[in-house]
Every structure is written in C-alpha cells, then in structure tokens.
Design a protein around this ligand. Structure first.
Ligand code: 9MG
Length: 274
C-alpha cells in the first residue's frame, strides 16, 4: 500500500500516473483562464481514462528549460489544484519548491513529486508535516547542465546509493516508508546508455522495499532509439512502460493514459493468472 494522504493505493497491480503540465507551451491557448480550464479538463479526461494518480506541474524540467519564479509557478498550478479538490484519485504536485509544496498540500494534494528528492531542508519539512506521499527522484545536475556529458563509474550503483541515502534522510525526518516512492530519473543527467542500463537493472531498486516509479513516456531516449519526433512516440512509450513494469516499476508516469491502461490490462491478465 502507498499512503497518499486520505488515499491508500493498492500496489498489487501497476498504477498509472497521468501527466498534466500547466506550462505555457503545454496548452496552446496562452491566456491564464483558458490555460486553467484546459488543464482541469485534461486532468478530468485522464481520470476518466483510468489514471490512478494525476501529477500537476507548473515548471518544465526538460533539459534547457527556463526556471520560473515561485509566484509564477503558484499562479499556474494552484487554480488547477483548487478545481480538482475532491478528485476521486490522488493529486500529486510536481515541484522542487518548498513554497509550492506547502501551498499545494494546504490545498489538499496527496503527493509531492520532487525531482530534487527533498534535498532542500524546507522541502523535506513540508512533506514531513504534510502527511503526503513523496516521489524521490535521482538526477544529476540541473536543467541547464544535466545533459552536458554526464559521467558515472557505474550508473546503477550510483543511482541506487543516492536513493538509499534519500530514503534514509526522509525516514529520519519522519516520513514513513509507506509514503515513499523512488525513481531512477530517466533522462535526468543520463546518456542513452545510462538510461538503458538503469532500465535493464530496474529490479535492483526493489531492494529498498518501496515502490518504484518510472517515467519514460515520450522521452528523448525513445526518440534516439526509434528516430521518432516527440509527438510520434506512443508505441515506444507503451513498450517502455511495459518493460518498466515487468522489471519492477509499480507506477508509470505517462502522457498517454488511455493507451497505457489498455496495455497494462493485458499485462495484468497474464500476471493475475500465474
Ligand atoms: C517531472 N518529471 C519529468 N520526468 C519525470 C520522471 O521521469 N519522474 C518523475 N518522478 N518526475 C518527472
């Protein structure tokens, strides 16, 4: 079970986290009000399609993306979170900023997705007192530097050591294991070879006894392998999601919820009959 605020998520089958980006480039209309309405409608559509968790983000984490101020991020995400209060599935806030975490938790989100793995003490405190779940993700560098020739002696060992240390830090701050999810951070300061090594060895992260989240949907590693543009990576994303689940992921973070839910229905049918 993953304890997400008032929700206790059953992990006996893989869960789908649907991505809702509230960034100017994610909804073409531009204006604040329309952007909010489009983001809320998108979240509701993903819930109808079978998403188990909705992850809302107001700052792009893509390599090279510009950082936004706390106020700008709050202006983007808070109206959307407010509109989704009472959602039948947990709402996750995708942010590294403690101020955004605190505001989102006060508004009722049940999970924090922090690509900085709560390395900021204020972020750690916000999650600790908030009784919400947290995703601790590995990344090397920041959005400006992370793809500048990342180097590891052994990527699987180094990612694993980092996550072990972050779990220990979270537990020391009062965040119980039932609230923790770990994520190797595909594409965050990793080459294609690093990403493939991590996916091959994903099962090794299961030693921590906390659920593994994998985010590979539409990522450039899939573009590198298929030669497809970002809008044309559905088949590759589904294959990667299934492989992640087969190698131990309990949660997949995806754009294409409907198709991923269908693909996992086949996986579930085979695995329930063992
Ligand atoms: C915000 N974000 C983008 N990619 C991600 C991934 O792979 N994992 C998590 N947890 N968050 C991500």
């Amino acid at each position: 079970m993953l304890h997400c605020g008032k929700f206790h998520l059953d992990l006996s089958r893989p869960l789908v986290m649907g991505i809702v980006n509230v960034t100017p480039d994610s909804f073409s209309d531009g204006g604040q009000h329309l952007q909010r309405a489009a983001a809320v409608a998108h979240a509701q559509q993903l819930i109808a399609e079978g998403a188990d968790i909705i992850d809302i983000g107001g700052e792009s984490t893509r390599p090279g993306a510009q950082q936004v101020s706390v106020q700008e991020e709050l202006d983007r995400v808070m109206p959307v979170i407010e509109s989704l209060r009472g959602s039948p599935v947990p709402i996750s806030i995708d942010t590294c900023k403690p101020q955004v975490m605190l505001a989102a938790i006060a508004m009722g989100v049940q999970m924090v997705n922090d690509v900085d793995a709560l390395q900021d003490t204020a972020a750690m405190n916000a999650v600790s007192v908030g009784n919400v779940a947290v995703c601790l993700m590995h990344k090397r560098g920041d959005s400006q530097t992370m793809q500048m020739r990342p180097h590891y002696q052994d990527v699987a060992v180094e990612v694993s050591e980092f996550l072990r240390e972050r779990i220990a830090a979270a537990e020391a701050a009062g965040i119980g294991r039932a609230r923790i999810v770990v994520d190797p951070g595909f594409g965050f300061g990793k080459t294609l070879a690093h990403n493939l090594a991590l996916l091959r060895g994903l099962k090794k992260l299961a030693v921590f006894g906390v659920p593994i989240l994998a985010g590979v949907s539409r990522k450039s590693m899939l573009g590198a392998l298929t030669g497809r543009e970002v809008g044309d990576r559905l088949a590759a994303s589904l294959a990667a999601a299934l492989i992640s689940v087969q190698r131990g992921a309990s949660i997949v973070r995806v754009h294409d919820v409907r198709e991923t839910v269908d693909a996992l229905k086949i996986w579930n049918a085979i695995n329930e009959d063992k």
